[in-house]
Write a protein that binds this ligand. Structure first.
Ligand code: ZN
Length: 247
C-alpha cells in the first residue's frame, strides 16, 4: 500500500507515542521526582497526541503553580485515560483482526460465501474514564465561558491519530513472550521490537524444530522396534511349532 504523507506522519507519531508513553508505566512518586523525564514526556505527548493544539492556560495540563506533584498527576491522568480508556482494548481487537485477516475459508456447507466474510470486522469499543466521570474544567473568569479541554480532547486527538492507519503497518513483536506493539514506519516490515527479541525467537524456532526432529526420530525408531518385536515373536512361534512337530 502506498502511504500518503499524512499516514506516514501518523505512523511516526503513534510509534513514538506508544514506545515512549502508552506502553510504559510509572508511579506518581517516580514521575514527580524526575522533572527532566516529565518534561520530556510532556513534549512527546504534546507533539504526538495534541500536535501542539492545546490551550496553554489549561490548568490540568499546565498547573499553576507548576508543582511537580500536579504535573505528574496530569500526565498520569492522560496516560490512564488513553491506556485503560481505549488503547489496551484496541490492541486486543487489533491482535484479533490481524490474526484473522488472512484469506477466509468457509466452513463446510458454506462454500462460495467467502466474500461475505465470517469474521466480524467491526466492534464497539467501550471508552472508560478513570473514576466515575471525566472532569472538564470550566471557567467564567472575564465574564465568558471557557472550557479547559485537555482531558476531554485527549480521546478525540487519539482517535484522529489512529484513524486511517493501515493494519499491515501495525505489528506485535514476533517474540511470542514479548508481544510488544510496534509500528512499521517505513516500507521495511518490522517483525521484532529489538535485535534481542529476534534472536530469542530464532533460538526458540530452532529448538522447536530440533525437538520435532528428535520426536520424529523416536517415532520412527518406535515403529522399527515394534516391527522387530513382531518379527521376533513370529519367529519364536514358528520355532515353537517346529519343535512341536518334532516331538
Ligand atoms: Zn520484542
Amino acid at each position: 500500500m502506498k502511504l500518503t504523507d499524512d499516514i506516514k506522519d501518523k505512523l511516526e507519531r503513534l510509534s513514538v507515542l506508544s514506545i515512549e508513553f502508552l506502553d510504559r508505566q510509572w508511579s506518581h512518586g517516580a514521575l514527580a521526582g524526575n522533572p527532566g523525564e516529565m518534561e520530556r514526556l510532556r513534549t512527546i505527548v504534546w507533539e504526538n497526541l495534541w500536535r501542539g493544539r492545546i490551550d496553554p492556560h489549561d490548568l490540568d495540563w499546565n498547573p499553576d503553580p507548576p508543582a511537580p506533584e500536579l504535573i505528574a498527576k496530569g500526565l498520569l491522568y492522560i496516560h490512564e485515560l488513553l491506556t485503560r480508556g481505549i488503547w489496551e482494548d484496541f490492541k486486543k481487537e487489533l491482535k484479533y483482526w490481524k490474526a484473522t485477516s488472512g484469506p477466509t475459508i468457509a466452513p463446510p456447507g458454506f462454500e462460495g460465501l467467502e466474500q461475505y466474510g465470517f469474521i466480524s470486522k467491526d466492534v464497539n469499543l467501550k471508552i472508560k474514564f478513570p473514576g466515575e466521570f471525566m472532569p472538564v474544567r470550566c471557567s467564567v473568569e472575564g465574564g465568558t465561558i471557557h472550557f479547559f479541554r485537555s482531558t476531554v480532547d485527549a480521546i478525540p486527538a487519539f482517535l484522529d491519530l489512529l484513524q486511517g492507519l493501515p493494519l499491515d503497518h501495525l505489528h506485535f513483536c514476533g517474540n511470542v513472550e514479548c508481544d510488544r506493539f510496534i509500528v512499521q514506519t517505513t516500507g521495511h516490515a518490522r517483525k521484532f521490537c529489538s535485535a534481542k527479541c529476534q534472536s530469542v525467537q530464532f533460538q526458540r524456532i530452532k529448538r522447536d524444530t530440533d525437538r520435532e526432529a528428535f520426536n520424529r526420530y523416536h517415532r520412527e525408531n518406535y515403529h522399527q522396534r515394534k516391527e522387530l518385536e513382531k518379527r521376533q515373536a513370529l519367529k519364536k512361534m514358528k520355532g515353537g511349532k517346529a519343535q512341536g512337530t518334532n516331538t
